[in-house]
Design a protein around this ligand. Structure first.
Ligand code: CMP
Length: 143
C-alpha cells in the first residue's frame, strides 16, 4: 500500500479549505494515517523544497510556506501518489482542471493551496521530514 504526503499551504489554511481537502481524500477512499497543524521552520522549508534551490522563486517559496501554519497529512491507499496528484490538479491553478483542488480554489502558482508528493521517493522523504514514526498510525479499516 502506498503513502503520500499532502500539505494544505498557508493560503488554504487561512481560507478554511482544510476541511474540504480532508473530505475529498476521505471520500476518494484513502486512509488518513497522520495529520497536524504546524508552523514550518526555515530549515524545514529549505530542506523540503531543496530541489527548487536554484529557481528564482525559491526565496518567495520559503517565505510563503513559513509565513503561517500549514496542515500536513499522510494518506494511504492504492496508487496514492499518482491519484493524489490528479486530485490536486496542475501546479499552476490557472491551468488546473475545474474539479481538482487547485482548479477549484486557486488562481496563482505561488499560492496554489496544496502540495503533494510527486513520486514515491519524494513521499518517503517528505513524510519523514514532517512526521516522526510515532505520529503515524497503523489500523485496519473495518468498513
Ligand atoms: P509545490 O507543489 O508546493 O512545489 C513547488 C512550488 O513552487 C509549487 O507548488 C508552487 O507553489 C511554487 N512555484 C512554482 N513555480 C513558481 C513560480 N513561477 N513562482 C512562484 N512559485 C512557484
Amino acid at each position: 500500500m502506498e503513502r503520500t504526503f499532502i500539505m494544505v499551504k498557508p493560503d488554504g489554511v487561512q481560507r478554511n479549505i482544510v476541511g474540504d481537502v480532508v473530505t475529498r481524500f476521505e471520500k476518494k477512499g484513502f486512509q488518513l494515517v497522520g495529520a497536524k497543524l504546524m508552523n514550518v521552520s526555515e530549515d524545514l522549508a529549505k530542506e523540503h523544497y531543496k530541489e527548487h534551490k536554484e529557481k528564482p522563486f525559491f526565496g518567495e517559496l520559503v517565505d510563503f510556506i513559513t509565513s503561517s501554519p500549514v496542515f500536513a497529512m499522510v494518506w494511504e491507499g492504492e496508487n496514492a501518489v499518482t491519484v493524489a496528484r490528479k486530485m490536486l490538479g496542475k501546479t499552476n491553478p490557472a491551468e488546473a482542471e475545474v474539479g481538482t483542488i487547485r482548479g477549484d480554489y486557486g488562481l496563482q502558482v505561488a499560492k496554489n493551496v496544496v502540495h503533494g508528493s510527486d513520486s514515491n521517493e519524494s513521499a518517503t522523504r517528505e513524510i519523514s521530514l514532517f512526521f516522526n514514526e510515532s505520529e503515524l498510525v497503523n489500523y485496519t479499516k473495518l468498513i
